[in-house]
Design a protein around this ligand. Sequence first.
Ligand code: NAD
Ligand code: MG
Length: 390
Amino acid sequence: MQYVTLLGATGSIGRSTLDVLERHPDRYRVFALSAHQRIEELLHLCQHYKPLYAVVANASQADWLQARLTECSVLVGTEGLCQVAEDERVGMVMAAIVGAAGLAPTLAAIRAGKKVLLANKESLVMAGALFMAEVQRHGATLLPVDSEHNALFQCMPRPGTDLDVQGVERLVLTASGGPFWSTSQADLVKVTPEQAVQHPRWSMGPKISVDSATMMNKGLELIEACWLFHAPEHRVDICIHPQSIIHSLVQYRDGSTLAQLGCPDMRTPIAVALAWPERIGSGVPLLDLLRCGPLEFSAPDHDRFPCLDLARQAMRAGGTAPAILNAANEVAVAAFLQNETSFMSIPVIISQTLEHVAGTPADSLEAVLDADARARSCALRLLSANRVNH
Ligand code: NAD
Ligand code: MG
């Protein structure tokens, strides 16, 4: 029986994780659940899953929740998140907070040597070098939950070792192409947040849905793959595969290509990460090859979706450039979701922020957080200048 801390319990990954955990009461017990806004939903989850701890964003939420829960201690803020991530009773931490807010608690779990199930790709994009060094130093295990990286992980017998030693030539990340894959450049200018969050294959939170629509999600995933699998950026390819049946592929020097296939449902990669190296039921039906239809592949369109190249550029620049890219993207996406800027200005804001904000070595948490803060204020300045023209 293992205690699991679930950071970001009310989100899309959080709910899918609880669905898998609930199928295996003999293996897992919920230690802590966290939420940032939907506190009533968190109350219902606590009443149902009976965690020892709940973590919320501020004191008034904590008072409200604590008054309704007797056998659960309610903690607050980043300090509370870090406490439930590093508690010695905890075996596994699911990092499913969205964005940079997940960085500190995920790092705390790594430094406590936990088995960390990583959905929060932004934290690895921001602080990849630091994360991988700390994983080594503290004997933590980092298991990718992102479906593409989970697929790559499953297609490699020794995922932590050097690609050349494993005989791997290339990693191929598949991308659905998002909701606007066949939208013309002229029409992309007019897309609304409501259209952008309607993903054709996956049901996800609003931020990652917009990232999928701009294809920055694939850019972030490219950086994520480089860190997780020690891959240079030029050995990671992107292939558009609208059906989202093949979740990614590993190509070996002997001509073999290994792929992982399955229905597009995050409960599969979550179950893989939870039970690895064992296999447990996830509630996802087996793929029916006779019904899944033809599988198509095409090259990405760099003109309509410039975010992919911006991410490659940031990864090549190294240091804090990926943290700057990520921060500018978070600011621009939040503004787009609030109807404060247009869809096509998202890559413009990111590109200009990368030009204006100086990168530094990313050798400490302070350096990464400093770059994140400088990039956010630059992106906000650019947005307010842009708003005049919008
Ligand atoms: P979501 O928006 O549905 O949920 C986000 C969760 O984070 C919520 O529980 C929310 O309360 C919490 N949260 C938000 N802001 C916070 C803050 N400032 N401090 C603390 N907690 C905060 O997002 P999601 O779709 O579940 O995605 C979560 C993470 O997993 C993201 O990093 C995303 O890129 C990654 N991911 C998601 C999917 C998917 O299918 N949804 C797939 C792959 C990777
Ligand atoms: Mg993914």
